[in-house]
Design a protein around this ligand. Structure first.
Ligand code: GLU
Ligand code: ZN
Length: 321
């Protein structure tokens, strides 16, 4: 694999981000991602940006963005620069789509979910729940061409990326080490713009990370399986690859994994004491140990101690992964 320039050199300036979807208030799981990315940015004297990922409008809850911002601030996790909303950047995603179109790697797809499931079933492939559905390429032309008039929405058609054969993407995760994914076998020709005209997370995240000059992506391990396709899009669009760190969810002090139930409940941040308590739980999940546990400490003091412990913690996570 070609060695890539290390974007963390001080001259480049570290730029990280937290990119919550406003589908509800912050919960324990999203706080882990927020805290981990914040600590990593602060340890590296970097910038930490807040981007509200509201492209999937039907899933967004009105007011959730404001609530998330309030919760972050209550936890002392302040962001640099102005927060941004993906819903305000449709033109960026459309431009990126048009560039991909010019590279002859898009095709329109009118299949419904049911049609895809039927085709796969006829091929003897039963998709398991929560498993990636590999699109059977029903609508894929032999040789995708640039599509004239992509700007006009083709009614009821999604736009998919035509993956080249034998596409294996390799990347380094700062904690998990070398990762690799065969995109054809594990992902398939994925959608960039949906039938309803909405751009997908995969396209929007890549365009925004590049536009905002993000050098370091620090997020939960639940997103690890998305990274290879995002890197492939970066390659096609000629964007720089950020460094990746997917935060492992460490077991709690009782050696238990956070249940879905616990993870999905909104965190309590009504006062400093509650907010600090939530931060402490998030820190344990990130593997941070031996942080000051007194009741008298302020959030700012506690965050400083956590920032100082972060690099050693990463080494520890790497060694024990
Ligand atoms: N918006 C995504 C989520 O909330 C996270 C995107 C990312 O960090 O890349 O799951
Ligand atoms: Zn189709």
């Amino acid at each position: 694999m070609p060695t890539l320039k290390n974007p963390s050199s001080p001259a480049d300036g570290y730029r990280g981000r937290f990119a919550p979807s406003p589908t509800g208030p912050l919960h324990a799981g999203s706080l882990v991602a927020a805290l981990g990315s914040w600590l990593d940015a602060r340890t590296n004297q970097g910038k930490w940006l807040l981007r509200i990922e509201d492209v999937d409008t039907p899933r967004c809850i009105s007011g959730a963005d404001q609530e998330i911002m309030r919760q972050l601030l209550a936890c002392g996790l302040s962001w640099d620069e102005e927060a941004t909303w993906q819903s305000k950047h449709q033109d960026r995603y459309q431009k990126a789509l048009e560039r991909l179109n010019a590279l002859h790697c898009l095709y329109s797809c009118t299949c419904s979910r049911q049609m895809i499931a039927n085709t796969l079933e006829a091929q003897g492939i039963i998709a398991l729940r929560n498993q990636e559905v590999i699109y059977p390429r029903t609508c894929r032309p032999q040789q995708p061409q640039a599509f004239e008039g992509l700007t006009q929405t083709l009614p009821d058609a999604a736009w998919r990326l035509a993956l080249p054969a034998d596409l294996v993407i390799e990347f380094e995760d700062r904690v998990l080490g070398t990762q690799s994914q065969n995109l054809n076998l594990e992902v398939g020709d994925f959608v960039l713009r949906r039938k309803d005209g909405l751009f997908t997370y995969q396209l929007a995240v890549v365009v925004d990370d590049a536009t905002q000059g993000i050098t370091h992506v620090v997020r939960g391990q639940d997103l690890l399986s998305n990274t290879a396709r995002q890197i492939f899009l970066q390659n096609l669009l000629g964007y720089q690859r950020p460094q990746y760190l997917h935060l492992p969810l460490v077991l709690d002090e009782h050696g238990e994994k956070l249940s879905k139930q616990t993870l999905a409940t909104a965190i309590h941040t009504q006062d400093e004491k509650h907010a600090l308590n939530e931060l402490r739980k998030a820190a344990l999940h990130l593997g941070l140990r031996n942080l000051p546990d007194g009741q008298e400490i302020t959030i700012a003091e506690w965050l400083l101690a956590a920032t100082q412990a972060w690099n050693d913690n990463l080494l520890f996570l790497k060694a024990t992964k």
